[in-house]
Ligand binder design. Structure first.
Ligand code: GDP
Ligand code: MG
Length: 445
């Protein structure tokens, strides 16, 4: 796909100017490229028509850089179709604007990632939005399903509704809402059962739960890897249950994200979140521009460079890179790094935009980076003495206690930071070995 489009745009660039025939030719290729990216045919047709109308209307033909203009028109149309057009308020996350306890219903096919995403959302709501979250599994069809959610709840450090054998989904939902009301939970996430494919019984069950629980959000969880199939799923759930938003999982895989475009077009529901890994913190906000870039097959390098240029102090980055090469990266440097990451969004998100870096991305995800944690980590490091920052191995039990108290955190968090710093140092050493010089120059290493 990437090659195909690069080919098209190269051709346009060489010509220097576009004729109607050029536009038509470019769009023919774009059409194929979109289909290859798993965008559903009717959606492709619609998009291509829109781009053609716009290109002709704008009379872009004689511009200095026609190829760039075509890229921009295609890209803008994609972004718009993904929900990022004019009037976009940028609020694509979960809508928490409702009285407590606010019910969220998770629906989707089996294996799409509902249970995992429930845990991820719970963690995010607890840590980022400071919400008291109750998780409840309504999946009585798979024996281990309720236990799975219980385990995720433990890891996310939120409450899970105790499992009562023999209850039906509606009974569990009633119990969950009751507990949530009595124990003053802010949010109650109802994780439902799925089937391997859409069937009447599944839909009836989900619809009944929805009618009963009156969720503020009904989130359809769809696996990005299922491509064209996911469109049928989205359509069925939207027609028969009604959804308020979509969570697309497995964007950490190879899928180009074409399904996002189709689902959005078919349901009209916004894509609210992305699942980008199996870990609990692998939940990302949806950025239409990034997915648009991914669908076009050109990576996100352009926006990466733009943002990097805005936020990264070049000299600082080079200093860090040199230190890393010498293996003298310490916690002071780490604090510096945290500040830069904080400005740029998650490191794993940034690296994920670079083509061919999937493997490393997984390693970075293991480092458990998230925004609120970064802030706390910065606080922890600022509570250390200069000596401690330069020689983290000095930090033993009593120092940990002092640092935790000084930063308003816990010894556990101090431990986690030190562990993460170790992991990161290891990773950097490995990256150095792999000779990722280009990234270092950008300050990302
Ligand atoms: P459910 O049947 O819809 O509840 O799906 P689960 O939450 O049990 O997820 C099924 C499998 O997909 C599990 O092994 C998860 O770890 C995995 N999974 C869920 N979300 C993601 C994701 O965003 N990326 C990846 N790589 N795996 C995921
Ligand atoms: Mg499940």
């Amino acid at each position: 796909l990437g090659n195909r489009l690069t080919g098209v745009f190269d051709k346009l660039r060489r010509r220097g100017a576009l004729s109607d025939a050029d536009v038509a030719e470019a769009l023919r290729e774009v059409r194929v490229a979109l289909l290859e990216a798993d965008v559903a045919l009717p959606v492709v047709k619609d998009l291509v028509n829109r781009v053609r109308d716009r290109a002709v209307g704008q009379e872009v033909i004689r511009s200095v850089s026609p190829a760039q203009q075509v890229i921009k028109i295609v890209n803008d149309a994609l972004v718009e179709a993904l929900g990022g057009g004019e009037g976009d308020d940028g609020k694509r996350g979960i809508d928490l604007n409702a009285p407590s306890p606010l019910p969220i219903l998770m629906v989707g096919l089996q294996g799409s990632g509902k249970t995992t995403t429930s845990g991820k959302i719970a963690l995010r709501l607890r840590t980022r939005d400071r919400k008291k979250v109750l998780l409840a599994s309504l999946d009585v069809h798979r024996p281990a399903a309720q236990l799975q959610l219980q385990q995720l709840a433990d890891r996310a450090e939120v409450t899970c509704l105790p499992i009562v054998a023999g209850q039906k989904p509606l009974e569990i939902a009633a119990r969950a809402l009751d507990v949530a009301r009595r124990e003053l939970f802010d949010v109650v996430i109802l994780d439902t059962a799925g089937r391997l494919s859409i069937d009447a019984e599944l839909m009836a069950e989900v619809a009944a739960v929805k009618a009963f629980a009156k969720p503020h959000e009904t989130l359809l969880v769809v696996d990005a890897m299922t491509g064209q199939d996911s469109v049928q799923t989205a359509r069925a759930f939207n027609e028969q249950v009604g959804v308020t938003g979509i969570v697309m999982t497995r964007v950490d895989g190879d899928a180009r994200g074409g399904a996002a475009l189709s689902m959005r077009a078919v349901t009209g529901a916004p894509i609210k979140l992305l699942g980008a890994g199996e870990k609990l913190d692998a939940l990302e906000d949806f950025h239409p521009d990034r997915i648009a870039n991914r669908i076009l097959g050109m990576g996100d390098i352009v926006s990466l460079v733009e943002r990097a240029a805005e936020t990264i102090d070049q000299a600082e980055a080079e200093k860090l890179a040199r230190k890393m090469q010498k293996g003298s990266f310490d916690l002071e440097d780490y604090a510096q790094q945290i500040k830069q990451i904080g400005k740029m969004g998650s490191l794993s998100g940034i690296l994920g935009m670079l083509p061919g870096i999937g493997k490393m991305k997984a390693q970075i995800e293991n480092a458990n980076l998230d925004q609120s944690m970064l802030k706390r980590q910065a606080a922890i490091i600022s509570s250390m003495t200069v000596k401690e920052r330069r020689k983290p191995e000095l930090i033993k039990a009593s120092r940990k206690k002092r640092i935790a108290a000084g930063s308003g955190t816990t010894v556990q968090e101090v431990n986690r930071l030190l562990k993460q710093f170790d992991d990161m140092s290891d990773m950097m050493k490995r990256m150095n070995k792999m000779g990722q010089k280009g990234m270092m120059r950008g300050g990302l290493a």
